[in-house]
Design a protein around this ligand. Structure first.
Ligand code: NI
Length: 175
């Protein structure tokens, strides 16, 4: 297993749509393992393949992230291949949402309260489930990544412009 480099905004490929997986081969399985390890290493609760530079429709998440008594010993990786939201209802504000690809920034984001997700598991078997609360946010956030959308694309354009300005300034300093 390996810890992969996570791409950061404004990396261009983060805003490009990802392609569907036709065959879940050993290469994909290895990639998924590395994604899980990378996610835990960086203390994330979800990670999408485009974040590590692979524009394919794969996400991993920590299925225990929604547990109220969460601690690190509980963490467990779940993989979804070609996930899609097939139904949604209600709306609420996801508070202080963040992303491993958006450094040093958090914002409130309007999200669906509940979503129904359809996907394949790592063995290529179809599955469908309802998600609410934290899990619902993770699903929307990670599936957005597969469509080239970051959470900062879902906040006001003014806030986004301010973040972009700050980020570009920091990048300039680093050079
Ligand atoms: Ni993210």
């Amino acid at each position: 297993m390996a810890i992969l480099n996570i791409l950061k905004y404004p990396e261009e490929s983060l805003s490009q749509p990802s392609i569907k997986i036709d065959v879940i081969d050993d290469k994909i399985k290895k990639l998924v393992e590395d994604m899980g390890e990378t996610m835990f290493h960086d203390a994330g609760v979800g990670l999408a393949a485009p974040q590590i530079g692979v524009n394919k429709r794969i996400i991993v998440y920590d299925s225990h992230a929604r547990d109220p008594e969460y601690d690190e010993t509980l963490r467990e990786i779940t993989v979804l291949i070609n996930p899609e939201i097939i139904a949604s209802h209600g709306s609420f504000i996801s508070e202080d949402e963040g992303c491993l690809s958006v450094v040093e920034y958090r914002a409130n984001v309007k999200r669906y309260e509940k979503v129904t997700v359809k996907a394949l598991n790592i063995d290529g078997e179809p599955l469908e489930f309802d998600a609410e609360g934290v899990l619902s946010v993770i699903m929307q956030h990670e599936i957005d990544h597969l469509d080239g959308i970051l959470f900062i694309d879902r906040i006001s354009s003014l806030k986004r412009a301010m973040y972009k300005k700050k980020r570009l300034k920091e990048l300039k300093k680093e050079q």
